[in-house]
Write a protein that binds this ligand. Structure first.
Ligand SMILES: [Zn+2]
Length: 410
């Protein structure tokens, strides 16, 4: 089956999503995106949307300040990482130990210097085989008794970096590359900082949005994308592109003249940026039988900005062969990458892949993810159309399959 992608609609959907802002979970911006998606998805699929409610511990930044005291007093541009705990109202004063990149060797070499100090590490380009995730570095800092966690941006221009630390035990901030340079170790001992953060927590309700285009069997291809993001910019690449592409593919499927062989289930997840929480709740709640009916998951997350698309195939070698058999310009990377919602399906043995642009291309525009640089202007409309057409062709090929594309794993 050939799926026709409406590039004008694709562009306008992306523009609308970005117009709400970064869609940080629990914000008005996320709520607006959710309501927009409910309407759009129902309208293009001509069917009711299923809403999967996910209660979670909400968190919002209220106020914060990070100040360098010595060697030279100045305020540092900063952004508390998601779920950073509040400090006492008067803040905390502490020394900073600069661990450079923050590899395990760096942590071990300075093990004695970490307790009671803030640890400083550097953010890395996320889509590469050698990347060490910030959550891993945070966990190493926590285990070794750090009082706080700072992560410096990799890009120049006083851009701060954000993201989740994966924990809520010690205050954690993203800072700029220039700020990190000001905190680098000197011969005169450790720099001292004063850190304050006040955050607000409340139980909230997230909503995963689901639409189904039934096929001729009881097997499903899941096409998913997360619609939440971060509040520094518009989360345009990550993941306005995936959501706009998901809408375009859903629209094309609904408009096709006959139903696909396998059914298509389109899911827009949220709280992905908080440790994949939305998809975790969804997949965990499925019965073993329902999980077995999912033939393949195609997760659309960050589709433009690099020179090509890569399918991260979660350890399923058969998926590499499947992607190659389509003849589409998609590279493959087999090792499990727990960096988006496909992971929660793969963890349950369901063949799952993530399509991502810029894999192993550190100079691609994906370097702006998690900074104020992830904006609509950065996206070339023709590039989004091309990526969406490739994703749609992959989905169309999968939907024509007789049954499972790759065996489920135990
Ligand atoms: Zn993402």
């Amino acid at each position: 089956m050939k799926l026709n992608i409406d590039s004008a609609r694709l562009r306008s959907d992306l523009t609308t999503l970005c117009s709400f802002g970064g869609r940080f979970a629990g914000s008005t911006s996320e709520l607006q995106a959710r309501e927009f998606l409910k309407q759009r998805l129902a309208a293009i699929t001509h069917s009711p949307i299923t809403i999967h409610q996910v209660p979670y511990n909400g968190w919002a930044r209220e106020s914060w300040n990070l100040k360098l005291l010595t060697p030279k007093s100045r305020t540092l541009h900063s952004h508390p990482l998601v779920r950073s705990p509040s400090t006492p109202p008067n803040g905390i004063e502490a020394e900073v130990i600069d661990l450079g990149r923050g590899t395990l060797e760096d942590f071990d070499a300075h093990r004695q210097e970490i307790p009671g100090r803030f640890v400083l590490v550097r953010h890395e380009y996320m889509f590469s085989t050698t990347h060490i995730h910030r959550r891993v570095k945070y966990a190493w800092a926590l285990e070794r008794g750090a009082a706080g966690f700072l992560i410096g941006c990799h890009l120049p221009g006083d851009l701060v970096v954000t993201g989740s630390s994966g924990g809520e035990e010690i205050p954690a901030f993203g800072i700029s590359r220039e700020g990190a340079a000001a905190l680098a170790a000197t011969a005169n001992g450790y720099p001292r900082i004063h850190a304050t953060v006040q955050s607000r927590t409340a139980v909230r309700n997230a909503e995963n949005l689901i639409a189904e285009i039934p096929g001729q069997t009881d097997q499903w291809i899941v096409i998913c994308a997360h619609y939440d993001g971060h509040d520094l910019a518009q989360s345009a690449i990550d993941n306005g592109t995936g959501v706009a592409a998901g809408l375009a593919i859903a629209g094309a499927l609904a408009a096709a003249d006959k139903p696909p062989r396998l059914g298509a289930r389109v899911i827009f997840f949220t709280i992905e940026e908080w440790g994949l929480l939305g998809s975790r709740a969804y997949v965990d709640a499925l019965s073993e039988v329902e999980r077995h009916k999912i033939s393949l998951v195609v997760n659309l997350d960050s589709l433009v900005g690099g020179s090509k698309l890569t399918a991260l195939t979660s350890g399923f070698a058969e998926l590499n062969r499947f992607v190659a058999s389509t003849g589409l310009p998609i590279a493959t990377h087999l090792p499990m990458m727990a960096n988006s919602d496909h992971y929660n399906f793969a963890r349950h043995g369901i063949p799952s892949l993530r399509l991502v642009s810029g894999f192993n291309e550190p100079e691609s525009d994906l370097r702006y993810l998690l900074t104020s640089g992830d904006r609509l202007e950065r996206i070339e409309p023709a590039e989004l159309t091309a990526a969406t057409k490739i994703a749609a062709s992959l989905v169309a090929t999968a939907l024509a399959h007789e049954s499972h594309i790759a065996p489920h794993q135990r």
